[in-house]
Design a protein around this ligand. Structure first.
Ligand code: ADP
Length: 391
């Protein structure tokens, strides 16, 4: 800590005043002692005897006279008193500096760290204040990130709602103004308005679901389920849709029973999203596979695989971000909201698991790892701790 010039002069003055006071005190003591010795012959004789007995060497060299001893003792005592007063004053000044800094922080500069070091225990106070400031800075940054993410959410939602809404208003406007030539036109306009309304509804539904599962404290209705049976049922329910697209769908499980603790409704939502995506984006592919494996007594793995077009490498990191859609799928009429994978990721995380994607020219696989017991969440492998590829 650096002292100001004013503080330095105050410290100097404190030293000077102390020295003057001490000199006066020493003088007064000296006078009192001389008087006491001269008016008391017994004391004088006693001192004489002591003086004679403390001699050195064969020449009877006397080491001290009582005046020397007194001056020596006084010098030591005086130096100690001056040092003690200066140190006390210096610490007081350090404390004032710290109080000034605290006032500065309290006046709204919550990201201000105390920039100097002080000596002794007071440094622990400075360290604690700085640690507090650091955690406030962290919370403020997190708060800002949340705020920013909320703003982005509102922007995305407004944009994604405005687009179909503009169409709906446009087509209903044509009908309202009777700007149609035939009943076919009328039906075409109402049909488009109906489709766009459905698109809006699915966005609002997804958004509602997304905000619900985003909360880490979202309650799960946990029951013991057989994951293998669930995947088989799911595969069967998509068979017809797959056939229409010229695809087959199958479930391959390493065992017929794979028991785990889960919220079946939410978990089905995850697999539904993945299979629906495989159907939507797997153009040109022939097979969709649901494969479950027991990795260990505590961990299960499900792979939802399709042999459609590869997801571009640069998109793999972002695919689980809300509203993210691979550029090619935006231009297609797949009608997605960009929330399906974000919802899936949140649900898997609520179950204590993680999800990632792998994609090459041959296969695209969404891989989900789930704990058998909900209260024993899985540790996310280090290699997957890159943003977006994992929950
Ligand atoms: P949505 O399907 O509503 O657009 P998702 O979050 O489910 O949103 O998916 C995000 C994007 O990931 C999709 O727009 C698509 O581009 C890509 N995607 C998801 N699954 C697949 C898949 N199986 N094959 C290829 N691309 C996929």
């Amino acid at each position: 800590m650096k002292l100001t010039t004013r503080e330095k002069s105050a410290l100097f003055m404190e030293g000077v005043v102390t020295v003057i006071l001490l000199l006066m005190l020493n003088l007064a003591l000296l006078v009192l002692i001389v008087q006491a010795i001269e008016s008391n012959p017994g004391l004088r004789d006693g001192i004489f005897i002591i003086k004679r007995s403390v001699v050195l060497g064969p020449n009877h060299f006397q080491l001290w006279s009582w005046e020397n001893l007194f001056i020596g003792l006084m010098l030591v005592a005086d130096t100690w008193v001056v040092w003690w007063r200066l140190i006390r004053r210096y610490r007081q000044m350090q404390l004032w500096h710290i109080i000034d800094e605290l006032h500065y922080i309290a006046s709204g500069h919550f990201d201000h760290r105390i920039p100097f070091r002080v000596s002794g225990d007071v440094q622990r106070v400075v360290d604690s204040v700085n640690a507090l400031v650091d955690s406030v800075i962290n919370s403020m940054n997190e708060e800002r990130a949340i705020e920013k993410s909320k703003d982005e959410l509102i922007t995305n939602v407004s944009h994604d709602i405005r687009t179909p809404l503009t169409s709906i208003i446009g087509y209903l406007g044509l009908i309202e103004d009777k700007q149609y030539h035939s009943e076919d036109d009328l039906l075409k306009y109402t049909h488009t308005a109906f489709l766009k309304s459905k698109q809006m509804k699915s966005l609002v539904d997804d958004l509602f679901e997304y905000t619900k599962v985003r909360q880490t404290d979202t309650p799960l209705s946990l029951t013991n389920i057989n994951l293998a049976a669930m995947l088989e049922q799911l595969g069967a329910s998509f068979e017809l849709e797959a056939q229409k697209k010229g695809m087959t769908i199958g479930a391959e499980n390493s065992s017929e029973t794979m028991m785990m603790e889960a919220d079946p409704e939410k978990l089905v939502r995850v697999f539904n999203n993945l299979v629906a995506n495989a159907l939507k984006y797997g153009d040109g592919g022939k097979h969709i596979n649901l494969v479950a494996n027991q990795i260990s007594s505590t961990e299960l793995e499900v792979r939802v695989t399709n042999d459609g077009p590869k997801i571009p490498k640069e998109s793999l990191n972002m695919i689980f971000e809300r509203f993210y859609r691979v550029e090619e799928s935006r231009s297609k009429e797949t009608g997605g909201t960009g929330l399906g994978l974000a919802i899936a990721q949140s649900i898997v995380a609520l179950h204590g698991g993680y999800i990632y994607v792998e994609s090459d020219d041959a296969l695209t696989s969404f891989v989900i790892h789930l704990p058998v017991k909900h209260d024993q969440p899985l540790a996310i492998p280090q290699r997957l701790k890159t943003p977006g590829t994992v929950s």
